[in-house]
Design a protein around this ligand. Structure first.
Ligand code: PLP
Length: 401
């Protein structure tokens, strides 16, 4: 039998450029490949397994549910949906929840809700604003409002009625807001865009203009939600109350689930038949989601914030040592971006880290992105920083920068 890597090439549509490692097992922040090699996972499967690989309480909840029933349909009552939705509202704001299976689907749902909301006010209230540098998923509607050309190229014609506002640009949002805007989509911290936090001044302007024009404020919390930024949701770091939030990724800690929370003033206008999902909020997804929400305690958030401060302190001392390589460190909770000057391509940093048994990711132009599981401690941060320092040292000795 051919080996797994060449079978992947033979049988899968080549949408991904994959690191040739087959990870078969994980525990907390450690993963192991099919040859038994161990890696420190600072990716959490792109911000998914924040509560640790093979989290015993989440696994137990899934196992218990699997032995009861896994799926009926949304034609019947699924009790876990009520429990999970209540927990989500308690963690965010009062409202009603819709369950789906992924981040892009959650955003699709929010777009549909926003369009219905606008349409009911007046038929031309359909324009949706989002930001340059944003990322909202890979469906046609989601790429239509993703503010990075590389994700849209070749898929035209896209959904119309979408417009981009320059990131954190107050005068641009003033120019683009109007009575015909039904919603603005924001990420509290742009993830794929390069770990870029929204500014307080921009958020204040969004609040003011959304109120003036009766436009919905929608936070895409797919990457920032569920503890990642040191709060239950990313918007809670800012002085703003959204009308809708979308979430996915960490909500199932690896079990696929997405959700939209809409404030009552928005949710109450929706009707049966407007939207649906076969798998959305099935028994297993809800069991995983409830177990995740039980993990999301104030103590955990304190730990995330404490580790964030420690990480920043360590990264800043590396930047002070290598100011010609590291441009900026950006951390919000355990959402971490290390922006490198172009003299040190991030792909070289990733390769160097991988050679030292560390999994990390890229974001934006040349940003080393880390989304570690919340199970890490100072020891793992020290280990990463030690390896990063030796990479920088080797690089600074061998390059002409
Ligand atoms: N929104 C944001 C902010 C994301 O980071 C992502 C994925 O990275 C998505 C939406 C899309 O989520 P999914 O891949 O689950 O569709």
């Amino acid at each position: 039998m051919k080996d797994v890597i060449s079978r992947i090439e033979d049988f899968l549509i080549p949408f991904y450029s994959r690191t040739p490692i087959a990870i078969v097992r994980g525990h907390e922040h450690w993963v192991y490949d099919d040859h038994g090699s161990k890696y420190l996972d600072l990716t959490s499967g792109i911000g998914v397994t924040g509560f640790g690989h093979s989290n015993p309480r989440i696994n137990m909840a899934l196992r218990k549910q699997l032995d009861m029933i896994s799926h009926t349909s949304n034609l019947f009552i699924i009790p876990g949906q009520a429990e999970l939705a209540e927990k989500i509202t308690e963690a965010a704001f009062p409202g009603k929840v819709f369950f789906c299976n992924s981040g892009a689907e959650a955003n699709e749902t929010a777009i549909k809700i926003a369009r219905i909301y606008g349409n009911r006010k007046n038929q031309s209230k359909s324009r949706i604003l989002s930001l340059s540098g944003s990322f909202h998923g890979r469906t046609i509607a989601a790429i239509s409002m993703t503010g990075q050309e590389k994700y849209r190229r070749g898929f035209e014609p896209l959904l119309t009625g979408m417009e981009f506002v320059r990131f954190n640009d107050i005068s641009d949002i003033e120019r683009k807001m109007g009575n015909d805007v039904c919603a603005i989509f924001l990420e509290a911290v742009q993830g794929e865009g390069g770990i870029n936090p929204l500014s307080g001044g921009f958020v204040k302007k969004v609040k003011e203009l959304s109120k003036k024009f009766d436009s919905l404020i929608i936070f895409d919390e797919v990457q920032t939600g569920l503890g990642r930024t040191g709060k239950k949701f990313g918007y809670q770091n800012l002085d703003i109350e959204p009308d809708l939030i979308t979430m996915a990724k960490a909500l199932g800690n690896g079990f696929p689930i997405g959700a939209v929370l809409a404030a009552n003033k928005v949710a109450d206008g929706m009707e049966a038949g407007m939207h649906a999902s076969t798998f959305g909020g099935n028994f297993l997804a809800c069991a995983a989601g409830i177990a995740v929400m039980n993990e999301l305690t104030e103590e955990l958030l304190d730990k995330i914030n404490e580790l964030s401060k420690y990480f920043l302190m360590k990264l800043e001392s590396i930047r002070n040592k290598y100011p010609g390589i590291i441009k900026e460190n950006r951390l919000v909770g355990l959402m971490i971006g290390i922006e490198l000057y172009s003299v040190f391509p991030v792909k070289d940093a990733l390769k160097g880290l991988l050679d030292n048994g560390i999994l990390a990711m890229k974001a934006g132009e040349n940003v080393l992105r880390l989304l570690p599981p919340f199970t890490i401690g100072r020891k793992e941060i020290d280990y990463f920083c030690e390896k990063l320092t030796s990479l920088m040292e080797t690089y600074s000795l061998t390059s002409k920068y």
